[in-house]
Design a protein around this ligand. Sequence first.
Ligand code: TXA
Ligand code: MG
Length: 335
Amino acid sequence: MTRRLDSSASGLAAAASILQAGGLVAFGTETVYGLGADATQPEAVARIFAAKNRPRFNPLISHFPTAAAAFTHVVACPLAHALADRFWPGPLTLVLPRAPGSTISDLAADGLATLAVRVPRGDTVAQLLTLAGCPVAAPSANRSGRISPSDATHVLAELDGRIDAVLDTGPCPVGLESTVLDLSIPSAPCLLRPGGVTLEELEAICGPIRLPDTQSDAAPLSPGRMLSHYAPHLPVRLNATAIAPDEAVLAFGPQQTPTQSASWNLSESGNLQEAAARLFAGLRALDLEGQRLHLRGIAVQPIPNTGLGVAINDRLNRAAAPRPDSALAPGSTLP
Ligand code: TXA
Ligand code: MG
């Protein structure tokens, strides 16, 4: 049985004590819901992997209420401080060398010499992290490989009965995961995952940021970079300018195909921020409705590849990628 807690003082106290006791609490952040456990307790972290069916090799982000708390666990370069001043609390994760005295478990860090740290935005999450008094390891609160949850109902749809509680803070305002920036070589910042803070915003402070070279980079592959991720059950077709009658449509901008039986407009006004916030909820809704109506797939209208559009298209490319699990393989007959 998973308890649904609210952000009242008693809800927060219950969530914090579950974390301290080594249990699992899903909680809302500005990006997506995280599935949290005390990062210093390896048994608690192991429960995250079990609840998500997550491959063991993925390192987790540790969440903190303040930059000062985060920086006790990593060796922060001046650039990390500048980025924290500008973007924390907010949707940016920094990968930095682990501090020698850090108490974060090897399991949370996957035994790496680096650690991913983040200070999420939101009063409730800040209170929870302060009350818990420990670093909280939290991947997105979905089954591994599935769509990230942007409200508490999504979390329960996949994890009810597998976790102790969900702290319901309503829908997540950003709706896309944090941007992951590797600063382990301070002179060569590297973008591991596009997300809620755009490349342009980061480059205004960092200068040019490199993209990882999968051939030669020693850095571990982020699961955010594994191809099939964020996968609905139905196949996904991108850059669709014409929609077949038996396809669901994920629309963007003024709607051209109003007769579609299953459709979800990310933003009728073409606003990328609104589109990001509605992306995962839309994929989930179309996946359910499309299966119910026996549609053959989800067609996605083109989305501009600028600003937050880069992160949106990154997630959509993964949703459309070939699936390792043949039971989920998209039909090969789509145009
Ligand atoms: O917005 C978010 O970041 C959400 C909320 C809950 O905070 N969390 C999230 O966690 O998306 P997750 O586990 O789904 O993605 C974490 C990303 C992965 O791509 C992972 O590989 C990368 O961060 N990561 C974590 N530690 C790393 C490390 N030491 N080096 C490189 N990448 C790392
Ligand atoms: Mg995830």
